[in-house]
Design a protein around this ligand. Structure first.
Ligand code: SAM
Length: 458
């Protein structure tokens, strides 16, 4: 297997002896945006010198600006079923938890989607527990179709990323045909003995089957895959190296690694007690891990959910995070329930702001909130996306597309103050577009959007 526990532990123990000069040389290499090897990542993870720490955050911030500019992608999760046959001891959905099981009907999905659309969302992460009887692949496929086919007066969902349990090549082919964006799966932990302890006697018990899910997804033609580790189950430094080795393995085998990385931290959930988890990650270490990931894989998007507080999200956006969720509900039927003043959740969230509040706060920090879904709809996925990103050419489409979706949002959902703030931001950003042809077409499309046209992109 490509994840070898002894190899990772070897990197981590040897890296304790690495010099400060070696760490600084690695940071110089990172600054050239060539990515880092697992050994180099281990050296940075183990270094605690204040000068090196400062430089890690500094270089991560610079890379973030160079690759992603000041854009930040916004999305929301949609939980459609909490039926689950698994035994993940950290999860509120595990099979013996006392929660009420629920799977949304297609009408209920339409209702959730209408609420999400009325919040301005254009991209979703579809979430479900694993239950081959109550939540079949056909149900998931029908849900995807229902979501794409639920238009509202103000624009429909344009990209659905899917976070469902590891499955077969045949099922991944069906997801691909259904037009999903990224297939997301968290390894939970790369530390096999911990993985086995966390998933006793259930479908998810096989470390190897879970670990090879992206091989099957890629064989099935899904070329945007999104990984993650659930930070708090095992040594977080081990997880970072596991993620990097997994990414390197996919790059070698399929020519492209992770499209995105998620960095969920373990939260309190129904039927579990956080005090039972000795590896919870403190804030300072968490920030450092995210910054190191940004250095190691400069072109891989990093996603931060509302598990984190507004304050933590604000800070991490500067060190590497490129996508945030907003207005999230993590219960099945959660958006409707929220409207009715009730709530059920898979785990506790820490950022309760509405999307409009999130967008306002992002803009106050000089960031352009983006609902862009253009790349995948233009076939810019997998290695085509990575080539464009690595060439630096992606800026030519990303900023105009971000501005267009922001203009759309402001026209459809903004109050007067928000519209004014957006106008100011757009004027400033247009000035920065260097190519006159791109500036002209962006200006024209922004005018078209203001006049009522929708879904324009480059
Ligand atoms: N059931 C799917 C699977 O098995 O991969 C994934 C869907 S689950 C709704 C999404 C993710 O939530 C899990 O992969 C896990 O990492 C995360 N999660 C579960 N319990 C959590 C908790 N207590 N705190 C934070 N995240 C949690």
């Amino acid at each position: 297997m490509f994840i070898d526990r002894e190899e990772i532990e070897g990197y981590l123990s040897k890296a304790l002896g690495a010099s400060q000069d070696e760490a600084l040389a690695i940071l110089k290499k990172a600054d050239r945006m060539e990515g880092l090897t697992p050994w180099e990542v281990a050296v940075l993870l183990q270094n605690s010198d204040p000068e090196v720490q400062k430089e890690i955050f500094h270089v991560a911030g610079e890379i973030k600006k160079r690759v992603y500019g000041n854009r930040i992608v916004v999305f929301a999760p949609l939980y459609i079923s909490n039926y689950c046959v698994n035994n993940c001891i950290y999860c509120g959905y595990h099979r013996t938890s006392g929660i009420t099981r629920k799977k949304l009907s297609m009408d209920e999905i339409r209702r959730e989607v209408q609420i999400l659309e009325a919040m301005g969302h254009k991209r979703l992460a579809l979430e479900a527990g694993e239950d081959p009887v109550n939540c079949t692949i056909d149900y998931i496929l029908e849900a995807i179709k229902t979501i794409y086919d639920t238009p509202s007066a103000k624009g429909n969902i344009r990209r659905i990323n899917v976070n469902i349990a590891a499955t077969t090549v045949e099922n991944y082919k069906k997801l691909k045909e259904a037009g999903i964006g990224t297939y997301i799966l968290f390894q939970e932990t790369y530390h096999q003995p911990t993985y086995e302890r966390m998933h006793p006697k259930c479908l998810k018990s096989s470390f190897e089957y879970h670990l090879t899910a992206f091989d099957r997804a890629m064989e099935a033609g899904i070329d945007d895959v999104g990984a993650g580790a659930l930070f708090g189950l095992a040594d977080p430094k081990f997880e970072v190296l596991g993620l990097m080795i997994h990414n390197q393995y996919l790059e070698k085998k399929f020519g492209v690694g992770f499209h995105t990385l998620s960095v969920p931290r373990l939260k309190k959930a129904e039927g579990m007690d956080l005090s039972q988890f000795p590896d919870l990650v403190p804030d300072e270490l968490f920030k450092k891990l995210v910054a190191i990931l940004r250095l190691a894989v400069p072109y891989t998007g990093i996603i931060l959910s509302t598990r984190e507080s507004a304050k933590m999200r604000k800070e991490l956006i500067h060190y590497g995070v490129s996508q945030v969720s907003a207005g999230s509900q993590t219960g099945v039927g959660g958006y409707q329930q929220h409207e009715e003043g009730k709530s059920t959740a898979q785990f506790q969230t820490s950022d309760e702001r509405s999307p409009l509040e999130v967008l306002n706060d992002l803009m106050k920090d000089g960031l352009i909130p983006s609902y862009c879904t253009a790349c995948y709809r233009q076939g810019r996925t997998g290695d085509r996306f990575m080539q464009l990103a690595k060439s630096g050419q992606i800026h030519h489409v990303c900023t105009p597309n971000a501005l267009m979706t922001l203009m759309e949002y402001a026209s459809d959902f903004g109050d007067t103050a928000f519209k004014q703030a957006v106008k100011g931001m757009i004027d400033k950003e247009l000035e920065k577009i260097e190519r006159p042809d791109i500036k002209a077409i962006t200006q024209k499309r922004l005018e078209q959007i203001e006049a009522g046209e929708r879904d324009l992109f480059l």
